[in-house]
Design a protein around this ligand. Structure first.
Ligand SMILES: C[S@@+](CC[C@H](N)C(=O)[O-])C[C@H]1O[C@@H](n2cnc3c(N)ncnc32)[C@H](O)[C@@H]1O
Length: 334
């Protein structure tokens, strides 16, 4: 017992009941190419123990229910892999020279806020060329879930990457960039720069301060989510300034249509699936008094902030679309 306690004290849990050494041994067998990209100095035991303790103390919002987090409900919503397919395809194409092609498997992209591997799973379903996605996340719960699915992944903070200098073809910071505190944003963008190969790109995705999507977060998610959502979004000048300060060239900042699309056997079912998707994704446990009220309450909130829900007939089913606009910055490492 004493030996176990000593081991936990010197080697804190990196993943559940897993030290970093355990994780590394398993990953070296399944994904040797990923281990080859990690910086030996950064993963040395003496440095890592404090880092892991820090991550354990900081991470809660996307952890398990017992930690007050909303990771469980979030991952339920992500089982429909195509729920943000329009935006995800556009973001991945930003890593090709033309911005119009899907990169191929030789393109290693680190998904810095990768959750339980939503984008990696989406990419596995793409026909034709598709990039190699390595998922990273601060949350132990998320990286545990990634490991269980056999996806290449690493637990780290966006602000302190375990990857070598000049190792990656692409870095994606998306679908949660507003979770980076003001002081951490520049660090995360600089870490992307350091770890990218010359010519590699950073794609940063968030929602514009003052826009409809920011209103959805402020007026709905912050009020009704299990965790609240007190996170400021990005402005266009902020994206420009932060990319320039980190050293990126050829910076572009632009709007991106990034709707939620959910299928159903009928038009009504597609709309209901879309609304329940929003309920789970943001864990809106305070939005209704009873389960019978949820769909109507979420519908009203969606329409008052994001806009009207549309339904289209697809080949075999119907697809409900909830509109959403994102703000994206792309820069290239010199
Ligand atoms: C909204 S979720 C997005 C997950 C996934 N990309 C998706 O779209 O389904 C945001 C993720 O960012 C992670 N996160 C928050 N702050 C982070 C940080 N400083 N470093 C790395 N990950 C972080 C959270 O743990 C969470 O899993």
């Amino acid at each position: 017992m004493l030996n176990t306690l000593n081991a936990i004290f010197t080697n804190p849990e990196y993943l559940t009941q897993t030290t970093f050494s355990d994780y590394y041994r398993a990953t070296a067998v399944s994904f040797p190419d990923l281990c080859a990209l990690l910086d030996e100095d950064a993963i040395a035991e003496d440095k890592l123990a404090d880092y892991v303790r820090l991550m354990n103390s900081l991470s809660w919002e996307f952890e398990d229910l017992a930690d007050g987090g909303r990771g469980v409900a979030y991952n339920v919503a992500q089982k429909v892999v195509g729920n943000r397919q329009h935006g995800m395809i556009a973001l991945l194409k930003c890593f090709s020279p033309s911005f119009r092609d899907m990169p191929d498997a030789d393109t290693n992209i680190l998904d810095v806020l990768g959750g339980d591997g939503t984008i990696a799973r989406f990419v596995q379903n793409i026909d034709g060329p598709r990039p190699t996605i390595i998922t990273a996340d601060l949350s132990r719960f998320m990286v545990d879930a990634c490991m269980k699915q056999g996806l290449p992944c690493v637990r780290q903070s966006a602000t302190r990457s375990l990857f070598k200098d000049n190792a990656l073809d692409g870095v994606l910071i998306a679908y949660g960039s507003h979770h980076l505190a003001e002081d951490d944003r520049q660090l995360a963008i600089s870490e992307a720069y350091r770890t990218l190969k010359p010519g590699g790109r950073l794609v940063l995705h968030d929602f514009e301060t003052g826009g409809e999507t920011a209103r959805w977060f402020e007026e709905v998610v912050h009020v009704y989510s299990r965790t609240g959502h007190p996170h400021p979004h990005f402005t266009r000048p902020e994206m420009w300034e932060r990319f320039s300060a980190a050293g990126f060239r050829d910076v572009r900042v632009f709007d991106l249509n990034d709707p939620f699309t959910l299928p159903g056997a009928t038009a009504d079912e597609a709309v209901s699936n879309a609304l329940m998707h929003m309920y789970h994704m943001y864990d809106l446990v305070k939005i209704a008094n009873g389960t019978g009220d949820i769909v109507n309450r979420v519908a009203r909130c969606v329409e008052q902030t994001l806009g009207e829900i549309h339904v289209n007939k697809a080949d075999d089913d119907f697809v409900a679309t909830i509109p959403r606009k994102a703000l994206v910055a792309v820069g290239t490492k010199s």
